[in-house]
Design a protein around this ligand. Structure first.
Ligand code: KG4
Ligand code: ZN
Length: 326
């Protein structure tokens, strides 16, 4: 290994984004570039896989070149190439994986294939030198809560080679529920950020939408909650922005309440007072506020990644890959 530092080039193409990043020693972000085709999908109300993979094919080379340029590195300075290998849209994954395999072969540096969902939990460990003040880094063991568009799971993390699944959603993912409820309310895709903003416009909500608790289980279920919102709007068609905001607020409160309850419960049951949160829904402002307050009240340290690292990015791939080296 040349030099004291280990530079990992991460590549991520699991959904609509084409992302590349360089992370040094599994910790310091030297560059983090994201190109997204999201705008092209919005008129369809969801991601169209063919559009996503076509755009990824077109821009992957320039996104990787830009990540190297911003990190002020040459391909020769890269020690490992890391790439998301699953889960995700098959055509999109194939673009990133084929590109990374070819690159690793041509520069003679090992390839590390990374699980996208697990890597979301690594985002809180990354340091961005352009951001001040520096953030406190978590310590393991921890309970991990993943809340993304496709996954909602709780893990016990002893170290980053040993993630044990505690529970997962039995139907919709938390982000998927936000997206579906946004659709019911005729809001744009992705629904999470829109509902987050809209909910703030309702000072309070008279409504309550129940969310299945599934007893003491660590599993989640969000499809009943989404259906409750649907039935409510069918019985009471939304006519004003105020009504829409009230529904958004009541729905969001219900999701936040179950996520907070289940993750604090897992920390207490397993006597692990550290909680890592990752995935797009971790950007939700009501969740961040409520969970941080409730965790502190239970003597639990909760870690949310900065906003730009909650959503899909390649820095988490490069950082997590550092711990997957053989
Ligand atoms: O992790 P992510 O970027 O992609 C996946 O791997 O799925 O998560 C995307 C999900 C979408 O469902 C989106 O609606 C949700 O994260 N999301 C939010 C917020 N920002 C993004 N959900 C709630 N509140 C937000 N502020
Ligand atoms: Zn993701």
């Amino acid at each position: 290994m040349s030099g004291r530092h280990i530079n990992i080039l991460g590549i991520e193409t699991s959904c609509d984004e084409t992302a590349a990043a360089i992370v040094q020693n599994g910790r310091v972000i030297l560059s983090n570039v994201i190109a997204s085709s999201l705008k092209e999908h919005q008129k369809f109300g969801g991601i169209i896989p063919e559009i996503a993979s076509r755009r990824q094919l077109e821009c992957i080379n320039s996104v990787v070149a830009s990540a190297l340029h911003k990190a002020d590195l040459k391909l020769n300075d890269v020690h490992y190439v890391a790439v998301t290998s699953s889960p995700g849209l098959i055509g999109s994954l194939l673009v990133g994986l084929s590109y990374a395999r070819a690159l690793s072969f041509s520069i003679g540096k090992p390839l590390i294939e990374v699980n996208h969902v697990e890597s979301h939990l690594y985002a809180s460990f990354l340091e961005d030198p352009s951001q001040t003040p520096a953030r406190l880094r978590p310590r393991l063991p921890a309970i991990g809560l993943i809340i993304s568009g496709g996954h909602t799971s709780l893990y016990v993390i002893k170290d980053f080679k040993n993630l044990n699944l505690l529970g997962h959603t039995r139907d919709d993912a938390a982000g998927e529920a936000f997206d579906k409820v946004a659709r019911i309310l005729h809001l744009s895709y992705p629904g999470g950020p829109v509902i987050d903003r809209l909910a703030k416009q309702a000072s309070r909500s008279q409504l309550t939408f129940p969310c299945s608790e599934l007893g003491d289980s660590h599993d989640f279920s969000f499809s009943g909650l989404k259906t409750a919102v649907l039935y409510h709007t069918q019985k009471n068609p939304v006519t004003t922005d105020e009504e829409r905001a009230e529904i958004a607020r009541a729905f969001q409160e219900s999701v936040v309440s179950i996520l907070v309850k289940k993750s604090i419960n897992a920390c207490e049951k397993l006597k692990i007072p550290t909680l890592l949160i990752g995935g797009g829904v971790a950007a939700n402002s009501a969740l961040r506020e409520t969970l941080l307050t409730k965790a502190t009240a239970h003597s639990i340290k909760a870690f949310f990644p900065p906003f730009q690292l909650c959503v899909d990015n390649a820095a988490m791939i490069a950082g997590y890959a550092y711990h997957q080296r053989k």
